[in-house]
Design a protein. Structure first.
Length: 312
């Protein structure tokens, strides 16, 4: 546990670079998968590493050492981890577990609320629900089945072709279960705050994924770009009220989104489509493999340590 246990704690420092590179250079669907997997794997690896470090401190507690029949002298001699490091790791582990549990509970409640609201809505064949509201807004509401909710204000803002683009975009969110990608990435970020850039990037790449789907359906990425900009301007002053916004299912766009992600999405649609860039995928997989192998090696080292102190 001299080096391997610390590597999963250092790799999340690469999250800002990875989030920016994948979201801006990689095809949105692949980027979403890689970003979400990175958040989950790195969060899991770093949490396990904290747990392993915390255990090295527990075996030095005289009461626990007596219960486990461990040799304190051997533990202090064979384990290079400082007791202060183990104590800090234990505190960080407790905080990570509490934060992740709270986020998971809140996310589960939000999904249940969204599903209940969707079940109470009319069930047309196309899944579209139109609400009488002059405020321009549109969002995807997950459920069994999900619904695409559009206000009359948004319908009046867009022409016929633009409405088709908007519906294709929102239906892509439901068909690809984008709310799950957002929830899983945010769970990883809750366990390890260093991974927040990855979770933020996922909320952007699912929008890009839905934009590209709309471009494929309509065959006109330039018109999709214009529709994205037009809908964002119309909804610029809208205050999010629906469960879909709380779930991170964008489609309803607030002022903060209009200040950054929307112009980037429009620019991406006006540029040539992004490729898959296998080297980016390979680099990401290599980093995740390094985190996984390092965690496994650290666990093996701890097991050897426990056998050594138990045999003394």
């Amino acid at each position: 546990m001299r080096i391997a246990v610390y590597l999963p704690l250092l790799l999340p420092l690469l999250a800002p670079l990875g989030a920016r590179t994948l979201s801006e250079r990689c095809e949105p669907r692949l980027a979403t998968w890689l970003l979400t997997a990175s958040a989950l794997v790195l969060a899991t690896a770093s949490t396990i590493s904290l747990g392993l470090l915390a255990i090295t401190g527990l075996i030095r507690v005289p009461v626990l050492a007596g219960l486990g029949h461990w040799s304190l002298h051997t533990a202090q001699h064979d384990d290079p981890t400082e007791l202060s490091v183990a104590l800090v790791a234990g505190l960080l582990l407790g905080g990570a577990a509490l934060t992740a549990a709270r986020m998971l509970w809140r996310r589960a409640r939000s999904l249940a609320t969204a599903a209940l609201q969707a079940a109470c809505m009319p069930a047309p064949d196309d899944g579209l629900v139109v609400v009488e509201d002059e405020t321009p807004e549109a969002y995807a509401l997950p459920g069994l089945p999900g619904r695409v909710v559009v206000s009359t204000g948004m319908l009046h803002t867009l022409n016929t072709s633009e409405r088709g683009i908007l519906l294709a975009h929102e239906r892509a969110h439901l068909a690809a279960h984008h709310y799950l990608f957002v929830a899983l990435a945010q769970l990883g970020a809750a366990a390890n705050p260093l991974l927040r850039p990855l979770a933020t990037a996922v909320t952007y790449t699912i929008e890009r994924w839905a934009d590209e789907h709309a471009g494929t359906v309509t065959g006109d990425r330039v018109r999709v770009a214009r529709t994205v900009g037009k809908a964002a301007l119309a909804a610029h002053d809208t205050v999010a009220r629906a469960p879909g916004a709380a779930l991170g299912i964008l489609g309803r766009r607030g002022p903060l989104a209009g200040a950054g992600p929307v112009p980037r999405r429009v620019a991406a649609l006006l540029a040539p489509p992004l490729g898959r860039h296998p080297w980016l995928a390979a680099a990401t997989v290599a980093i995740l493999a390094a985190a996984t192998l390092s965690t496994a090696e650290a666990a093996h080292d701890l097991n050897a340590l426990l056998e050594a102190v138990g045999a003394s």
